[in-house]
Ligand binder design. Structure first.
Ligand SMILES: Nc1ncnc2c1ncn2[C@@H]1O[C@H](COP(=O)(O)OP(=O)(O)O)[C@@H](O)[C@H]1O
Ligand SMILES: [Mg+2]
Length: 249
């Protein structure tokens, strides 16, 4: 059974950066193969992984509804369309959700898509989902059970309340979330977790500001290849060991 980790948080807080670092950390812990799911319509996780631009899954809905055939052949067709959209890497593959649906009735296709995605996910040791701030894919339940919901936040009161709002949304939607974690990104101070008692849920890690990350990105290098010299990458490596062991820091 694969492990599903969903990364969420408000815009610009570092979700995509943390998703890429999580994938790297999982590999460093020997968890492979991995599936990266870019659930932001403005897909950009592929950039940090050094992958070509993916064709989003959003287009399968229209293509499938326009095409001929009965329900059975549509299911096969969709399976093939999903497979075609998987960008393959060495230990990490990537799929992008693409844009949301148009004004038509897509329940039938969405159900097929959901089944197909969970079959796809089942072939990996772990799946990391980089969500958009709006959480559309989470709220449409495009993903099955979420083992770990990682809420990325800055340590300000507004950052905390944004993280809590997402956790509450997940609860309101009765999303099957195993465990919610707070992942502080770029804490203002050294981030020693000293203020942990006031945090609303378990702290996974406090990822430091790491000036090597923008430089790495500008050079077009994959975050999967970051060395332990990167403070953010090595902090995340420790975090994932804790997550896999089920303990907060
Ligand atoms: N820990 C960090 N150290 C340095 N730069 C960071 C860090 N986290 C995020 N950034 C930078 O902040 C910007 C926004 O991050 P991003 O991951 O794209 O946020 P989001 O996906 O939440 O919109 C990017 O330019 C990224 O390089
Ligand atoms: Mg992003």
């Amino acid at each position: 059974m694969s492990l599903l980790i969903a990364v969420a948080g408000k815009g610009g807080v570092g979700k995509t950066t943390c998703s890429a670092l999580l994938l790297r950390a999982l590999l460093a812990s020997g968890v492979r193969p991995l599936l990266a799911v870019d659930a932001d319509p403005n897909a950009n996780l592929h950039v940090l992984l050094g992958f070509p631009s993916p064709k989003g899954l959003g287009s399968v809905r229209e293509e499938l509804l326009e095409g001929p055939g009965g329900a059975a052949s549509k299911e096969e067709l969709l399976e093939a369309m999903v497979q075609q959209r998987v960008v393959e890497g060495n230990d990490v593959d990537l799929i992008a959700m693409g844009r949301g649906e148009g004004p038509g009735c897509y329940c039938f296709v969405n159900n097929l898509l959901r089944r197909s995605l969970s079959r796809l996910a089942g072939g990996y040791a772990a799946v990391v989902v980089d969500n958009e701030a709006g959480m559309e894919h989470l709220s449409r339940r495009n993903l099955r059970r979420i083992d770990h919901l990682v809420l990325v936040a800055d340590p300000s009161p507004r950052g905390m309340s944004a993280a809590c709002a997402i956790r509450d949304l997940a609860a309101d939607l009765s999303l099957p979330v195993g465990k919610s974690w707070l992942l502080l990104n770029r804490p203002y101070s050294a981030g020693d977790g000293g203020d942990a008692p006031s945090l609303p849920f378990p702290l996974l890690a406090a990822i430091p500001h790491d000036p090597s990350l923008p430089a790495w990105e500008a050079d077009g290098r994959s975050f999967l290849d970051l060395g332990d010299g990167s403070p953010a990458a090595s902090c995340m490596a420790g975090a994932i060991r804790n997550l896999l062991a089920g303990k907060a820091r």
